[in-house]
Write a protein that binds this ligand. Structure first.
Ligand code: FAD
Length: 515
């Protein structure tokens, strides 16, 4: 459909769009997809966080890469318009928004690419940047019995959205984050150029876009590494009273050879209470499992630790073989013997486990409530201090949702990408996934997040925010540390007018008049 910009102009604040911009845009935008403006852009001005809302100029539903390039090119001919790719809008702090600018709904391109490839005996899938990981999973498994190797916990996220951050879950200790599991991207840069890039072709753009917070380009296609999909998963949770023991076992598991460890390692902190959300009932995997608090030693403190692991297996494996393999691995752990929960689920069911949480939360209205989440990467050298003050004191009653904590290995991350990490080989991801009702509590919890960060800074902890959010350039400079210069150079090369991803609030839109 040919876009009709005249309508958009009428629907928006006339002062904000100079006439010449509008006429220039009208001439240049000749989309195959559609443009929506006014009230129907509503979804583009909100995100999962529910903390911010803005009014975009228009929501564009492109039919493909050419449309996206046209929009970026058109914006570049104005002095002020910006462009935000919106994956599934699961950011927390307005990162996928464009106040007064164009929001590109990447989901409208989700079907554009889905092509399996075998290169030198290895399997890959080319998928759209706007595809949901859950669809990639289901299609790859049902059609080829293959699957990506590295995931996020929740899969209603887009390929481009997670690759712009990192994409972390319990497989990352072995395969690295999702950004370590792609070999080629097609990107629309901030100059409106469509560029294919990889480790050997336009490598600055390839590595820059991975973890690049959408600053250098819009990912329209990604080539994702695949492995043979297992049929089944033994999903296990065990409990610890002491952080040091939990951390020792988790670190042990993530540093073993593949044959000597589980295929998935995560963990979480929960309060030592019967609170249905934050306490003991959050641990069992099945309604039939009972968490018996009598097994918790008297010496336990205000919080406990759950190590969550999983082992892949095939339908052809005998149950006794799986039992033996699991027992052999569990034997080495120092968890409380009698607080152990196990479940056999299909591989797809396991990877879609948070979907059930979503359905449940949607049914009771919690899914749409605000989510003042905080995600941090913390160096092993600082994690004990963090636990002692933040988990055991500040958050001892929980956060109204999961408090994840598990170790990752820096050597599995490519330092050429734009992701920034703390120092040292072992670092932890900490995720405070708060589900809270609307109201004044939200501000209090945002303030508590700030307090945690302030405390980390004051104590000199070695940490970096994951899914970062800052308001000032100084803070961003500090975040990137010694990678700031490289990031700025990449921005200057690929998005010199700072058209892309304005919601990240890193760079100010500028205008360079082309000769
Ligand atoms: P959006 O929120 O739409 O966009 C995020 C950023 O990327 C924006 O700046 C946007 O402009 C940019 N962007 C979007 N698409 C593209 C593209 N194609 N090209 C370039 N830039 C683009 N993260 C993890 O790592 N592990 C987890 O286990 C995990 N679990 C989560 C569970 C839930 C319930 C939620 C809400 C989030 C979770 N996240 C997790 C965080 C998630 O990875 C990020 O919020 C991610 O950005 C969301 O993807 P999205 O597709 O919704 O992106």
């Amino acid at each position: 459909m040919i876009a009709c910009l005249g309508r958009i102009v009428q629907d928006t604040d006339a002062d904000s769009i100079p006439d010449d911009d509008v006429s220039t845009l009208s001439e240049s935008l000749d989309l195959q997809g559609t443009i929506e403006s006014g009230g129907i852009t509503g979804v583009a001005g909100k995100d999962f966080g529910g903390l911010y809302s803005v009014k975009p100029l228009a929501l564009i539903k492109p039919s493909g890469t050419e449309d996206i390039a046209r929009v970026v090119n058109a914006a570049s001919r104005t002095s002020h318009l910006t462009v935000a790719a919106r994956g599934n809008g699961h950011s927390i702090n307005g990162q996928a928004m464009a106040d007064g600018g164009f929001v590109i709904d990447m989901r409208s391109t989700e079907e554009n690419h889905f092509k399996p490839l075998t290169i030198d005996g290895s399997h890959y899938i080319d998928v759209s940047g706007g595809a949901l990981w859950e669809d990639v999973l289901k299609r790859c498994v049902s059609m080829f019995r293959l699957a990506p190797r590295s995931w996020t916990d929740y899969l209603s996220l887009t390929v481009g959205g997670t690759l712009s951050n990192a994409g972390v879950s319990g497989q990352a200790f072995r395969f690295g984050p999702q950004t370590s599991n792609v070999t080629e991207l097609e990107v629309v840069t901030g100059k409106g150029e469509i560029t294919v890039c990889s480790e050997t072709q336009n490598s600055e753009l390839f590595f820059g876009a991975l973890g690049g917070l959408g600053q250098l380009g819009i990912i329209t296609r990604a080539r994702v590494k695949l492995q043979r999909a297992p049929d089944m998963v033994r999903w296990i949770r065990v409990v610890y009273t002491e952080f040091e023991e939990f951390a020792r076992d988790a670190e042990f598991l993530v540093t073993q050879e593949e044959s000597e460890s589980f295929d998935y390692v995560e963990g979480f902190v929960f309060s030592n209470s019967d609170d249905p959300i934050n306490g003991w009932p959050s641990v069992p995997l099945d309604p039939d499992h009972e968490f018996n608090p009598a097994y918790i030693p008297q010496t336990a403190g205000s919080v406990l630790y759950c190590l969550e692991v999983a082992l892949h297996y095939r339908n052809s494996d005998r149950p006794s073989t799986v039992d033996t393999a699991v027992s052999r691995l569990l034997e080495r752990l120092g968890s409380i013997q009698r607080l152990k929960f196990q479940l056999n689920v299909s591989y797809v069911e396991f990877l879609l486990r948070v979907k059930q949480v979503e359905e449940h939360a949607k049914a009771n209205g919690n899914w749409d409530s605000p989510h003042p989440w905080l995600n941090i990467f913390i160096s092993k050298s600082s994690i004990v201090d963090f636990d002692r003050t933040v988990f055991r004191k500040m958050l001892k009653d929980g956060v109204g949702g999961p408090m994840l904590i598990y170790p990752l290995l820096r050597s599995k991350w490519d330092s050429r990408t734009s992701v920034v990490l703390p120092e040292g080989e072992i670092f932890y991801i900490v995720a405070l996934l708060r589900f809270v009702p609307k109201g004044p509590t939200v501000e209090k919890l945002v303030a508590q997040n700030h307090e945690i960060i302030k405390w980390c800074n004051k104590e000199g902890l070695d940490f970096k925010l994951y899914l970062p959010h800052y308001q000032s350039k100084e803070d961003w400079k500090r975040h990137f540390g010694n990678q700031w210069t490289r990031f700025v150079e990449r921005k200057t090369n690929f998005d010199p007018m700072a058209i892309l991803a304005p919601g990240q609030k890193i760079f100010k839109r500028t205008h360079i008049i082309k000769p």
